[in-house]
Each structure stands twice: as C-alpha cells, then as structure tokens.
Design a protein around this ligand. Structure first.
Ligand code: GDP
Ligand code: IMO
Ligand code: MG
Length: 430
C-alpha cells in the first residue's frame, strides 16, 4: 500500500530523475574520473551491473584510488553509494576494497538481491578460458560470466542469503553435489564444509550492516527529490546483446541495463552522459576496427598509461571510432558526450578519426552486426601540443578544437565535457 502511494506520487511528479553515466567504447573510458567529479553535486551514486571486472580509477590531489565494486561516489563524504541488484558481488573483493575508506556504514548499501560471485565462479571462468585456447575471450578471470550464468540458470545465490551462513553453506554444498560432473570437467573440488562456513560467516559479519533492499532505498531517494547518479561499468561495445559477441562481458552495459539493475523504470532516467576516450582501447580479444598495431598504437598506450586497472594487462590501442560512437549514442540515448584523455593525443604529427567503414566493397556509415569484416576510413587531422591540464575550451590548441567539433558532428551528439588530465579539476565543462 505504502509503495503504491509512493509510485503514484512519483508518477505525478516527473521532474526528479536519475542521471546516468555510460561507457561508449570497450570500457576504461574514464568513467571513474567523471563520476567522482560529478558526484560532488549528487546525493546518491549507484552501480547497476558488472562486478569486480570493473576498474575505475580516480586521482584526487595526487592520490590514486582504484575502485572495482564500491561506487565512485565514495570520495564525496555526503554521497550515499548503492550496489544494485544487477551487480555480481564478490564478498572478498568488496571487503578488501572497503578497507581503504572509513565510516562506510550509512554511506554504502548493497542489494540483498545482487548475486554472489564466489571463488568457484572465478575457477570456472579461468578453466573455461584455458580450455578455449586461442578462442579465449580474454576475460578478467574474475568469475563474471559463470556468476551471471548461474543467475540466469536459476542456480545462483543472492547476497541476502549471506545473512544465514549455515543455510547458505548447506545450499552451496548441495549445488556442488548435484553438479559434480560439471565441476569435474574443470577439476574443481567441493569446498570443505567447516572452512566454507567460516568463510561465509566472515563475509556475513562484515557485510551485514550494508545489506538492504536497495530498490526501496532508491525509490525513496527519488521520491524525496535527491540527486542520483548512475555509474555504468564496462562499455557499450562489451554489452551482452549489442557488443561484439562473443567477445563481450555478461551484463547489459547499455543505459537500459541500469533500470533492471536497480529496479527503476525508464521514466526515472534523466540525463544520459556517454563517456568516450579521444582514442580507443580494448582489453582482451575481439574485433577492433580502428586498432593501430604499429608505432602510433604503441605510443598511445605509453602516453595514455593504458594498462588494465583490474588485471594490469596492456590495453590494445587505436583511433577514435566515430561510427561506433554514433551507434552507441543512439543505443543509449546519450544527451551529451564526455570526451576523455584529449591530452594523450598531444605530440602526434597526425591524429586519425575513423569516420566510416568499408564493408563488402562499399563505404558505410553504420555499425554492422559483425565488426570483423569492416575496414576503417580515416579523416586525418594535424596534430597539436599542450592540451594537458587545460580547463577552458577556447584555450585548447585550434587543431584540438577542430578535432572535438568533428567528433560532435559525426557522432551527432554534443560534447559537453572534455577531460585533459586524470585529476578531478582538469575538466572543461561546456
Ligand atoms: P573507467 O574504467 O572508465 O573508470 O576508466 P579506467 O579508470 O579504467 O581508465 C582510465 C584511466 O585514464 C585512469 O587511469 C584515469 O586516471 C585516466 N584518466 C581519466 N581521465 C583522463 C584524462 O583526461 N587524461 C589522462 N591523461 N588520463 C585520464
Ligand atoms: P571498466 O568498468 C575494460 C572485458 C575483458 C574481456 C571481456 C569479458 O573498468 O570499464 P569479463 O571478465 O567481464 O567476463 O571479460 O570484457 N572487460 C573490460 N574491459 N574495462 C572493463 O571495465 C572491463 N570489464 C570487462 O577484458 O575482454
Ligand atoms: Mg576501467
């Protein structure tokens, strides 16, 4: 009854909405920096999908924070941080991450409906990758795929079950017994009952104060007029439906995923900000049309410090892909783009921008389902210097300004934010 009344009130007041940050490329676009920068103005920051495959880096006054499951609003002492039901949660990973911060009680909430990502999920993930050999996806090895597979298979366990560790121990052992032949393929032994109980009791005691019904929490915040920011993980081209399948992650990384992953409805979504790097990177395997495997790609990696936050792997590098960006903007309903790492392009004689694809002998301006077969068509820009740390658009080198304007035109989306260093304040708001 109470919930219905709140819904009714909300539907009569369409002004309060949650703004959304979404990755437009293959992840690692700089979502962490923008969420942290914007979180200073928000009351609540929510994660809705993914798990500790995410690595969101934030630099504040020379201090680096690497976040995987804790939302990037944590550095704003006034913001409430929510881990939604769509996340797959490794208790071990979040407990380790939480140690960096003090007084999280009352500032961090974890959905009781989020699914548990336990150590056997990572073992399955790694074993499957080994068995695939040269067809491996190049996952982070964190158990993301197997944890989501268990959820969809209706054989997963939820965060709320941690509150009764003895019952959860029995359920997990029963699951192992019923699936023994599957675990045998991957050479994974059944956990020892006493050890499993101790492990789960440890997670339970540390996480119990944070576990709650986050759907109600978020609805209340919306009804109370709080400002809410939704923090996407991974990127559009890694989306389970719309990405470069099968070289994708196992969640809905596009803006629509934020609704199911938090229990909000499409009308609750306000502004959508798409995050793009001024060039492209990809970790793991799969098609990447504008990849540069030569000296320029190597230089982008070095200047951009392109090593994975989660796995330390070198990221593959290439040029900005405006075709994929336009496609992703449409998919996500992007209102404006945040163009990150413009400074990394400093010092190149020429900067390339992929403006079309060649596909089956024709030039096309859309993204086909199979990116394997496209060849990039580039527009070449004269390079520039000294964009690092610039905080006003007019002070950017003229060639960098022209590059930004072309991205805006071809993507058919306004560039509303430009980032010129990892630091929170080296940001141009247009
Ligand atoms: P996320 O996964 O989208 O949050 O991105 P990551 O944190 O994995 O990777 C982005 C990297 O770029 C991090 O090391 C950031 O500190 C860094 N970064 C973010 N914005 C900028 C920028 O404008 N310039 C430079 N040079 N680095 C940036
Ligand atoms: P953030 O949030 C970049 C990639 C992996 C692999 C594929 C599947 O920091 O942008 P998974 O472990 O999810 O099953 O791996 O997805 N991947 C990411 N790449 N940034 C990420 O997150 C990623 N999370 C997963 O490298 O190619
Ligand atoms: Mg990252």
């Amino acid at each position: 009854m109470c919930t219905r009344q709140r819904d009714f009130q909300y539907n009569n007041n369409m002004t309060n909405r949650a703004d959304l940050i979404v990755g437009i490329q293959w992840g690692d676009e700089g979502k962490g920096k923008i969420v942290d920068r914007l979180a200073q103005e928000y009351d609540m920051v929510c994660r809705s999908q993914g798990g500790h495959n995410a690595g969101h880096t934030i630099w504040v006054d020379g201090v680096k924070y690497a976040l995987h499951l804790v939302p990037s609003g944590v550095l704003n002492p006034k913001a409430i941080n929510v881990v939604g039901n769509g996340v797959v949660l490794s208790p071990e990973s979040i407990i380790n991450e939480m140690k960096q911060f003090e007084n999280l009680e009352g500032r961090l909430f974890i959905s009781d409906k989020a699914h548990l990502n336990l150590s056997y999920h990572a073992l399955i993930d790694q074993a499957k990758e080994r068995l695939k050999g040269d067809k491996a996806i190049g996952t982070t090895g964190k158990g993301i795929g197997p944890a989501y597979a268990d959820k969809i298979n209706r054989t997963g366990f939820r965060v709320g079950e941690l509150l009764d560790p003895a019952k959860l121990t029995a359920s997990i052992l029963e699951y192992f017994e019923q699936n023994r032949s599957l675990f045998d393929i991957y050479d994974i032994s059944t956990p020892n009952e006493a050890e499993l109980l101790v492990e789960l009791e440890g997670y339970s005691s540390k996480l119990a104060p944070f576990i709650t019904d986050t759907t109600q929490l978020v609805w209340r915040a919306i009804d109370d007029g709080k400002k809410i920011l939704l923090e996407g993980a991974q990127g559009t081209l890694l989306d389970i439906d719309h990405g470069t399948y099968p070289y994708v992650t196992s969640s809905a990384t596009v803006s629509a995923g934020a609704c199911t992953g938090l229990g909000i409805n499409p009308k609750d979504i306000g502004k959508v900000i798409g995050i793009v790097k001024a060039y492209c990177t990809r970790v793991g395997n799969g098609p990447f049309p504008s990849e540069d495997s030569g000296e320029d790609g190597k230089r982008l990696g070095e200047q951009g410090h392109e090593f994975g936050t989660t796995t330390g792997r070198a990221r593959r590098c290439g040029w900005f892909d405006a075709v994929a960006t336009r496609h992703a903007c449409r998919l996500n309903g992007v209102d404006e783009l945040a163009l990150m790492k413009l400074d990394v392009l400093d010092g190149f004689d020429e900067v390339k921008l992929c403006v079309a694809y060649e596909y089956n002998g024709k030039q096309i301006d859309y993204m086909p389902s199979n990116l394997d077969e496209v060849i990039p068509v580039y527009k070449i820009f004269k390079g520039w210097n000294n964009s690092v740390g610039i905080r006003e658009f007019d002070k950017l080198p003229a060639d960098a300004q022209a590059f930004v304007k072309t991205i805006q035109e071809i993507s058919n989306t306004k560039v509303g934010i430009i980032s010129t260093s990892p630091e929170r304040d080296d940001t141009i708001i247009l």
